[in-house]
Design a protein around this ligand. Structure first.
Ligand code: NAI
Length: 270
Protein backbone atom coordinates (compact mmCIF):
# COMPACT_ATOMS: atom_id res chain seq x y z
CA UNK A 1 0.00 0.00 0.00
CA UNK A 2 1.30 3.45 -0.96
CA UNK A 3 2.04 6.10 1.65
CA UNK A 4 -0.78 8.37 0.40
CA UNK A 5 -3.13 5.67 -0.92
CA UNK A 6 -6.74 6.88 -1.17
CA UNK A 7 -5.85 10.58 -1.05
CA UNK A 8 -6.80 13.07 -3.74
CA UNK A 9 -4.25 15.81 -4.37
CA UNK A 10 -4.33 19.09 -6.28
CA UNK A 11 -0.81 20.25 -7.17
CA UNK A 12 -0.45 23.79 -8.51
CA UNK A 13 2.46 24.53 -10.80
CA UNK A 14 2.78 20.79 -11.37
CA UNK A 15 4.08 20.87 -14.94
CA UNK A 16 7.67 21.61 -13.95
CA UNK A 17 10.28 21.48 -11.20
CA UNK A 18 9.15 21.02 -7.62
CA UNK A 19 5.47 20.64 -8.54
CA UNK A 20 6.21 18.00 -11.18
CA UNK A 21 8.38 15.99 -8.81
CA UNK A 22 5.78 16.20 -6.05
CA UNK A 23 2.91 15.21 -8.35
CA UNK A 24 4.90 12.26 -9.67
CA UNK A 25 5.92 11.04 -6.20
CA UNK A 26 2.42 11.52 -4.76
CA UNK A 27 0.98 9.42 -7.61
CA UNK A 28 3.69 6.80 -7.14
CA UNK A 29 2.62 6.53 -3.48
CA UNK A 30 -1.01 5.98 -4.40
CA UNK A 31 -2.67 9.42 -4.55
CA UNK A 32 -4.94 10.52 -7.38
CA UNK A 33 -3.42 13.76 -8.61
CA UNK A 34 -4.72 16.82 -10.44
CA UNK A 35 -1.84 18.72 -11.99
CA UNK A 36 -2.85 22.36 -12.49
CA UNK A 37 -0.60 24.71 -14.39
CA UNK A 38 -0.48 27.77 -16.62
CA UNK A 39 1.37 25.46 -19.01
CA UNK A 40 -1.60 23.18 -19.68
CA UNK A 41 0.24 21.10 -22.28
CA UNK A 42 2.99 20.44 -19.74
CA UNK A 43 0.39 19.53 -17.10
CA UNK A 44 -1.29 17.06 -19.47
CA UNK A 45 2.05 15.57 -20.50
CA UNK A 46 3.01 15.12 -16.84
CA UNK A 47 -0.30 13.34 -16.17
CA UNK A 48 0.23 11.05 -19.18
CA UNK A 49 3.69 10.13 -17.91
CA UNK A 50 2.27 9.32 -14.48
CA UNK A 51 -0.38 7.10 -16.07
CA UNK A 52 2.29 5.27 -18.11
CA UNK A 53 3.98 4.46 -14.79
CA UNK A 54 0.70 3.02 -13.43
CA UNK A 55 -0.42 6.08 -11.44
CA UNK A 56 -3.61 8.14 -11.67
CA UNK A 57 -3.45 11.81 -12.73
CA UNK A 58 -5.04 14.45 -14.91
CA UNK A 59 -3.66 17.76 -16.15
CA UNK A 60 -5.67 21.02 -16.27
CA UNK A 61 -5.15 24.75 -16.83
CA UNK A 62 -4.63 27.08 -13.86
CA UNK A 63 -3.86 30.77 -13.60
CA UNK A 64 -2.80 31.13 -9.97
CA UNK A 65 -3.20 34.90 -10.24
CA UNK A 66 -6.92 34.55 -10.92
CA UNK A 67 -9.52 33.74 -8.24
CA UNK A 68 -12.02 32.11 -10.62
CA UNK A 69 -9.34 29.90 -12.08
CA UNK A 70 -8.25 28.70 -8.62
CA UNK A 71 -11.85 27.92 -7.69
CA UNK A 72 -12.32 26.07 -10.98
CA UNK A 73 -9.24 23.91 -10.25
CA UNK A 74 -10.55 22.94 -6.80
CA UNK A 75 -14.07 22.30 -8.19
CA UNK A 76 -12.62 20.20 -11.01
CA UNK A 77 -10.68 18.07 -8.51
CA UNK A 78 -13.81 17.38 -6.46
CA UNK A 79 -15.94 16.63 -9.55
CA UNK A 80 -13.30 14.40 -11.14
CA UNK A 81 -12.09 12.41 -8.14
CA UNK A 82 -14.96 12.92 -5.66
CA UNK A 83 -13.04 14.94 -3.04
CA UNK A 84 -9.85 16.86 -2.29
CA UNK A 85 -7.74 15.79 0.69
CA UNK A 86 -4.33 17.19 -0.25
CA UNK A 87 -3.67 20.67 -1.61
CA UNK A 88 -0.14 21.58 -2.62
CA UNK A 89 -0.07 25.35 -3.13
CA UNK A 90 3.20 25.43 -5.01
CA UNK A 91 3.06 28.15 -7.69
CA UNK A 92 5.45 30.99 -7.07
CA UNK A 93 7.19 33.57 -9.20
CA UNK A 94 10.15 35.87 -9.00
CA UNK A 95 11.33 38.57 -11.40
CA UNK A 96 14.95 39.60 -11.21
CA UNK A 97 14.43 42.60 -13.51
CA UNK A 98 11.55 44.27 -11.66
CA UNK A 99 11.55 42.88 -8.11
CA UNK A 100 14.41 45.02 -6.83
CA UNK A 101 15.23 46.93 -3.63
CA UNK A 102 12.64 48.99 -1.74
CA UNK A 103 13.36 52.31 -3.50
CA UNK A 104 13.65 50.98 -7.03
CA UNK A 105 11.23 48.11 -7.25
CA UNK A 106 8.26 48.13 -9.59
CA UNK A 107 5.09 48.44 -7.49
CA UNK A 108 2.90 46.70 -10.08
CA UNK A 109 5.29 43.76 -9.83
CA UNK A 110 4.93 43.84 -6.03
CA UNK A 111 1.13 43.48 -6.46
CA UNK A 112 1.50 40.71 -9.05
CA UNK A 113 3.89 38.67 -6.91
CA UNK A 114 1.68 39.10 -3.84
CA UNK A 115 -1.27 37.81 -5.90
CA UNK A 116 0.51 34.82 -7.42
CA UNK A 117 2.74 33.85 -4.47
CA UNK A 118 0.55 34.69 -1.47
CA UNK A 119 -3.09 35.32 -2.34
CA UNK A 120 -3.18 32.09 -4.38
CA UNK A 121 -2.33 30.18 -1.18
CA UNK A 122 -5.15 31.92 0.67
CA UNK A 123 -7.64 31.30 -2.15
CA UNK A 124 -6.70 27.68 -2.85
CA UNK A 125 -7.05 26.93 0.87
CA UNK A 126 -10.29 28.90 1.16
CA UNK A 127 -11.90 26.89 -1.65
CA UNK A 128 -10.50 23.50 -0.60
CA UNK A 129 -11.13 23.67 3.17
CA UNK A 130 -14.95 23.16 3.07
CA UNK A 131 -14.42 20.00 0.97
CA UNK A 132 -11.70 18.79 3.33
CA UNK A 133 -14.01 19.31 6.30
CA UNK A 134 -16.66 17.23 4.51
CA UNK A 135 -14.01 14.55 3.85
CA UNK A 136 -13.06 14.41 7.55
CA UNK A 137 -9.71 16.18 7.17
CA UNK A 138 -6.89 16.96 4.84
CA UNK A 139 -3.37 18.26 4.40
CA UNK A 140 -2.48 21.64 2.91
CA UNK A 141 1.15 22.15 1.95
CA UNK A 142 2.52 25.52 0.86
CA UNK A 143 5.77 26.23 -0.95
CA UNK A 144 7.55 29.01 0.92
CA UNK A 145 11.25 29.74 0.35
CA UNK A 146 14.37 30.37 2.40
CA UNK A 147 13.99 33.88 0.95
CA UNK A 148 11.14 34.21 3.45
CA UNK A 149 13.54 33.73 6.39
CA UNK A 150 16.27 36.26 5.58
CA UNK A 151 16.71 39.74 4.15
CA UNK A 152 18.35 40.23 0.76
CA UNK A 153 19.53 43.09 -1.45
CA UNK A 154 16.94 42.34 -4.19
CA UNK A 155 13.70 40.36 -4.63
CA UNK A 156 11.91 42.35 -1.92
CA UNK A 157 8.42 41.30 -3.04
CA UNK A 158 9.37 37.66 -3.46
CA UNK A 159 10.94 37.39 0.00
CA UNK A 160 8.10 39.30 1.65
CA UNK A 161 5.44 37.18 -0.04
CA UNK A 162 7.19 33.97 1.02
CA UNK A 163 7.59 35.16 4.62
CA UNK A 164 3.86 35.81 4.61
CA UNK A 165 3.26 32.29 3.28
CA UNK A 166 5.12 30.97 6.35
CA UNK A 167 2.73 32.79 8.70
CA UNK A 168 -0.39 32.11 6.62
CA UNK A 169 0.55 28.43 7.03
CA UNK A 170 0.34 28.88 10.81
CA UNK A 171 -3.02 30.70 10.56
CA UNK A 172 -4.57 27.90 8.50
CA UNK A 173 -3.16 25.32 10.93
CA UNK A 174 -4.60 27.16 13.95
CA UNK A 175 -8.00 27.86 12.41
CA UNK A 176 -8.75 24.40 10.98
CA UNK A 177 -6.77 21.99 13.16
CA UNK A 178 -9.89 20.87 15.03
CA UNK A 179 -11.34 19.88 11.62
CA UNK A 180 -8.34 17.57 11.22
CA UNK A 181 -6.90 19.79 8.53
CA UNK A 182 -3.15 20.14 8.84
CA UNK A 183 -1.23 22.90 7.12
CA UNK A 184 2.54 22.89 6.69
CA UNK A 185 5.06 24.56 4.47
CA UNK A 186 8.24 23.54 2.74
CA UNK A 187 10.94 26.18 2.35
CA UNK A 188 13.40 25.22 -0.38
CA UNK A 189 16.88 26.63 -0.57
CA UNK A 190 18.34 26.68 -4.05
CA UNK A 191 16.90 23.71 -5.93
CA UNK A 192 18.12 22.94 -9.43
CA UNK A 193 14.76 23.18 -11.20
CA UNK A 194 14.34 24.60 -14.73
CA UNK A 195 13.39 27.98 -13.19
CA UNK A 196 16.51 28.14 -11.03
CA UNK A 197 18.77 27.10 -13.90
CA UNK A 198 17.20 29.74 -16.15
CA UNK A 199 17.53 32.52 -13.57
CA UNK A 200 21.05 31.77 -12.33
CA UNK A 201 24.34 31.72 -14.20
CA UNK A 202 26.86 28.98 -13.31
CA UNK A 203 28.99 31.42 -11.30
CA UNK A 204 26.00 32.09 -9.02
CA UNK A 205 25.27 28.38 -8.67
CA UNK A 206 28.88 27.85 -7.61
CA UNK A 207 28.58 30.52 -4.91
CA UNK A 208 25.48 28.83 -3.53
CA UNK A 209 27.16 25.41 -3.54
CA UNK A 210 30.14 26.84 -1.64
CA UNK A 211 27.95 28.00 1.24
CA UNK A 212 25.90 24.78 1.56
CA UNK A 213 26.87 22.65 4.56
CA UNK A 214 26.35 19.65 2.26
CA UNK A 215 28.61 19.28 -0.78
CA UNK A 216 25.84 19.28 -3.40
CA UNK A 217 22.84 21.21 -4.71
CA UNK A 218 19.22 20.41 -3.93
CA UNK A 219 17.03 18.69 -6.50
CA UNK A 220 13.29 18.79 -7.08
CA UNK A 221 12.83 15.31 -5.56
CA UNK A 222 14.31 16.55 -2.26
CA UNK A 223 11.23 18.76 -1.98
CA UNK A 224 8.93 16.13 -3.54
CA UNK A 225 9.80 13.58 -0.85
CA UNK A 226 9.12 16.17 1.86
CA UNK A 227 5.75 16.93 0.28
CA UNK A 228 4.81 13.23 0.24
CA UNK A 229 5.71 13.03 3.95
CA UNK A 230 3.60 16.09 4.78
CA UNK A 231 0.69 14.77 2.67
CA UNK A 232 0.82 11.35 4.32
CA UNK A 233 -0.48 10.30 7.73
CA UNK A 234 3.14 9.75 8.77
CA UNK A 235 3.12 13.48 9.65
CA UNK A 236 -0.30 13.42 11.36
CA UNK A 237 0.91 15.30 14.48
CA UNK A 238 2.79 17.97 12.54
CA UNK A 239 0.99 21.20 11.69
CA UNK A 240 1.83 24.88 11.28
CA UNK A 241 5.48 24.07 10.52
CA UNK A 242 7.57 25.09 7.56
CA UNK A 243 10.32 22.55 6.93
CA UNK A 244 13.53 24.09 5.61
CA UNK A 245 15.00 21.89 2.88
CA UNK A 246 18.15 23.83 2.11
CA UNK A 247 21.30 21.73 2.53
CA UNK A 248 22.39 23.62 5.63
CA UNK A 249 22.96 26.76 3.58
CA UNK A 250 21.58 29.07 6.27
CA UNK A 251 22.81 27.11 9.30
CA UNK A 252 26.29 28.52 9.89
CA UNK A 253 27.15 31.81 11.56
CA UNK A 254 27.79 34.06 8.51
CA UNK A 255 30.94 35.50 10.09
CA UNK A 256 32.50 32.03 10.52
CA UNK A 257 35.06 32.37 7.70
CA UNK A 258 36.37 35.74 8.90
CA UNK A 259 36.51 34.49 12.51
CA UNK A 260 38.46 31.39 11.44
CA UNK A 261 40.89 33.54 9.43
CA UNK A 262 41.36 35.84 12.43
CA UNK A 263 42.05 32.91 14.78
CA UNK A 264 44.49 31.47 12.26
CA UNK A 265 46.37 34.78 11.94
CA UNK A 266 46.52 35.12 15.75
CA UNK A 267 47.99 31.61 15.98
CA UNK A 268 50.59 32.48 13.34
CA UNK A 269 51.65 35.51 15.37
CA UNK A 270 52.10 33.20 18.39
P1 NAI B 1 9.38 26.00 -12.15
O1 NAI B 1 9.40 27.20 -13.03
O2 NAI B 1 10.24 24.83 -12.50
O3 NAI B 1 7.88 25.50 -12.07
C1 NAI B 1 6.85 26.41 -11.79
C2 NAI B 1 5.59 25.97 -12.50
O4 NAI B 1 4.57 26.90 -12.15
C3 NAI B 1 5.73 26.01 -14.04
O5 NAI B 1 5.22 24.81 -14.58
C4 NAI B 1 4.88 27.20 -14.46
O6 NAI B 1 4.24 27.03 -15.72
C5 NAI B 1 3.86 27.26 -13.34
N1 NAI B 1 3.29 28.59 -13.16
C6 NAI B 1 3.95 29.78 -13.13
N2 NAI B 1 3.08 30.78 -12.94
C7 NAI B 1 1.86 30.22 -12.86
C8 NAI B 1 0.56 30.74 -12.66
N3 NAI B 1 0.33 32.05 -12.50
N4 NAI B 1 -0.47 29.88 -12.62
C9 NAI B 1 -0.27 28.55 -12.76
N5 NAI B 1 0.93 27.99 -12.96
C10 NAI B 1 1.98 28.83 -12.99
O7 NAI B 1 9.65 26.51 -10.67
P2 NAI B 1 10.17 25.77 -9.33
O8 NAI B 1 11.58 26.11 -9.15
O9 NAI B 1 9.74 24.35 -9.33
O10 NAI B 1 9.37 26.58 -8.21
C11 NAI B 1 8.23 26.07 -7.58
C12 NAI B 1 8.04 26.80 -6.26
O11 NAI B 1 9.20 26.65 -5.46
C13 NAI B 1 7.79 28.31 -6.37
O12 NAI B 1 6.84 28.69 -5.40
C14 NAI B 1 9.14 28.89 -6.03
O13 NAI B 1 9.04 30.20 -5.52
C15 NAI B 1 9.60 27.91 -4.97
N6 NAI B 1 11.04 27.93 -4.72
C16 NAI B 1 11.91 27.44 -5.65
C17 NAI B 1 13.28 27.46 -5.40
C18 NAI B 1 14.27 26.94 -6.37
O14 NAI B 1 15.47 27.10 -6.13
N7 NAI B 1 13.87 26.32 -7.46
C19 NAI B 1 13.80 28.00 -4.14
C20 NAI B 1 12.80 28.46 -3.23
C21 NAI B 1 11.46 28.42 -3.52
Amino acid sequence: MGRVEGKVALVTGGASGIGLSSATLLAKEGAKVVIADFNVDGAKEAAENIKKQGGEAVGIFLDAGNEESIKAAVDFTVEHYGTITVLFNNVGLTNLRKDLDIVNMDLDEWDRLMDVNLKSVLLGSRFAIPHMIKAGGGSIINTASMAGFAGDSLRTAYGSSKAAVVNLTRYIAVQYGKDKIRCNGVAPGLILTPAAKKNMPQAMLDIFAKFNALPYHGEADDIGHTVVFLASDESKFITGQTIQVEGGHYMANPSITDVENYMFSMKQQG
